[in-house]
Design a protein around this ligand. Sequence first.
Ligand code: GDP
Length: 273
Amino acid sequence: MAKARREVSEKLKFVDIVFELIDARLPLSSRNPMLDQIVQQKPRLILLNKADLADPIQTNLWVNYFREQGHAVLALTAKEDKSVKQIVPASKKVLAEKIARDKERGLKPRAIRAMVLGIPNVGKSTLLNHLAGKKVASTGNRPGVTKGQQWLRFGSQLELLDTPGILWPKFEDPEVGKKLALTGAIKDDLLHLDDLALYQLSFFSRFYPEQLKERYKLTDDELFLELPELLMVITKKRGFKDDYERASEMLILELRQGRLGRFTLDRFEELSE
Ligand code: GDP
């Protein structure tokens, strides 16, 4: 972690702005808690990525939350042009004072230089590839930024470091660990699949019961069963007999594929709890 931090700090010197990528389904759990300390005064734009997978009502609440905290923020789908195009105007807004100052000093306008920063799986490579219009960054889950990086140009107004900064999430809280594992941000072999699937079922029956009912053709009575029984019912319905492990795997896979519909695991309404 210390090495990753050092590497990120080193690269920060070369950029005007940091794009902090967060998973819109996990606006708190997918942030690195040290980020404020690492980024410090460097201007920042928070990008709530995978907005296409997240619950739009929750995304709006979280966008407002970050704004109220004084951050510039955009909800984003890294794969979509329309979405990615908002980044340049949003960055200019964040840097408006600096741009005006440079102009006053008679400096020639130049492209904004940025780096992408975030925990694994939030879509850093996807965003870089999309901005660059070609496949550039295959990051794997290694921390820090590799040496000898180059600048990727996005039009004439934005240049990005071609390798993102990778930081780790913090999951001392077991619930945060489950949320990160469910979305694939950390490896699920740290946790039992059926524990994860039971967490998923409890979460969906609480916040998105209709989506769960529809996907697994559940009756109202089945929906109100105790969780292990609910898992048994789904296992049977899918023809897995009593192979709960296989059913758990299927549940998690379908959640990740977006087949249970859009959802947000970090609930805005639970923020003050
Ligand atoms: P990184 O580890 O932060 O570089 O994350 P990747 O760019 O490798 O993305 C992780 C996974 O999320 C990949 O399967 C991407 O296709 C997917 N992904 C990234 N951005 C989005 C998005 O905006 N929407 C959806 N639906 N999937 C995304």
